[in-house]
Design a protein around this ligand. Structure first.
Ligand code: HEC
Ligand code: HEC
Length: 238
């Protein structure tokens, strides 16, 4: 009993010394949780990293637990100066997957290794009857997708998101669906290359008498001007 305590004492003494070296790299959250619609081909999660120390931190690489995921960072290696922040984006291919996925991203930095996790919950697909009903409701009013029950999948996931992440939930839900309906255009195969103005007009106003809704809040859509511009930026860069 006593000898056990004696063994532990030196360890207890060294504990405060360990606590004095805080991690120079701060994350907005070490765990992320996103919901994907059935048929969504990609889920995107972003982590914001901030160098909270007074010395540069070099991020050498981000390794992922799944061959189905790709990490994007501003540079490789990536140097974060003191006080600087930036994003690591992880894109996971959801094709052929169902249910709930729990994945790991390991950040290798000059300050040490950090393990991040993320969970993707994939919703159950709609039945053919539900889908037919949704399509006929949208034919009567293309803005219906943003209201009532429809909002749960077509509007709420967009809240607070920007760029690539926003595209996956707001646009990918129709345009990148695994079993895309025939009237939904393939945005990767446009007949003429799209300009910034083309994207801006389509996202803002959609097209009357089709199933393409207007996303601007001014027309009852779910997106702010800032969100729309982040999409134009993302799509023009592709
Ligand atoms: C549970 C999530 C969910 C809800 C709720 C939902 N949708 Fe959808 N919607 C989807 C998905 C996923 C797709 C992509 C096609 C697919 O896989 O079914 C889609 C596609 C569409 C399309 C494109 C045409 C097509 O069928 O591919 C329209 C139009 C549409 N939804 C309208 C609506 C309307 C209107 C409502 C509400 C009455 C609604 N949706 C409710 C998930 C949902
Ligand atoms: C509810 C399903 C749905 C959603 C959500 C949706 N679209 Fe569409 N979109 C359509 C349909 C249907 C068309 C075809 C319209 C037509 O018949 O001309 C279309 C057409 C387009 C076109 C025209 C393509 C061309 O040049 O012919 C663009 C661009 C476009 N969508 C961009 C987007 C973007 C960006 C988003 C996300 C902000 C988005 N869409 C979200 C259904 C959808």
């Amino acid at each position: 009993m006593l000898s056990g305590l004696a063994l532990w004492l030196p360890l207890l003494h060294s504990a405060p010394a360990l606590a004095q070296a805080p991690d120079p790299l701060a994350f907005d959250a070490p765990h992320k949780h996103v919901t994907a619609s059935a048929g969504q081909t990609n889920a995107v999660v972003s982590y914001t990293l901030t160098n909270v120390s007074t010395a540069p931190v070099i991020i050498r690489d981000v390794a992922l637990s799944c061959g189905c995921s790709v990490a994007n960072m501003p540079a490789k290696p990536w140097t974060l100066k003191p006080g600087e922040h930036g994003q690591v984006t992880v894109t996971t291919d959801l094709r052929g997957k169902r249910g709930s996925l729990l994945k790991t991203a390991i950040v290798y930095a000059s300050s040490g290794t950090r393990v991040l996790t993320y969970q993707v919950d994939i919703q159950e697909p709609s039945t053919p009857e539900e889908r037919a009903r949704n399509q006929s409701l949208a034919k009567i009013d293309r803005q219906a997708v943003f209201r009532g029950d429809c909002a749960k999948c077509h509007a709420e996931p967009a809240r607070g998101k920007l760029g690539k992440e926003l595209f996956a939930v707001a646009c990918g839900i129709c345009h990148e669906a695994e079993h895309r309906a025939s009237m939904v255009t393939d945005l990767r195969m446009l007949r003429k290359p799209a300009t910034r103005d083309h994207w801006l007009q389509w996202i803002t106003h959609g097209k009357p008498d089709t199933l393409m809704p207007a996303f601007t809040a001014k027309a009852g859509g779910p997106l702010t001007d800032t969100q729309i511009h982040s999409l134009v930026e993302f799509l023009s860069r592709k």
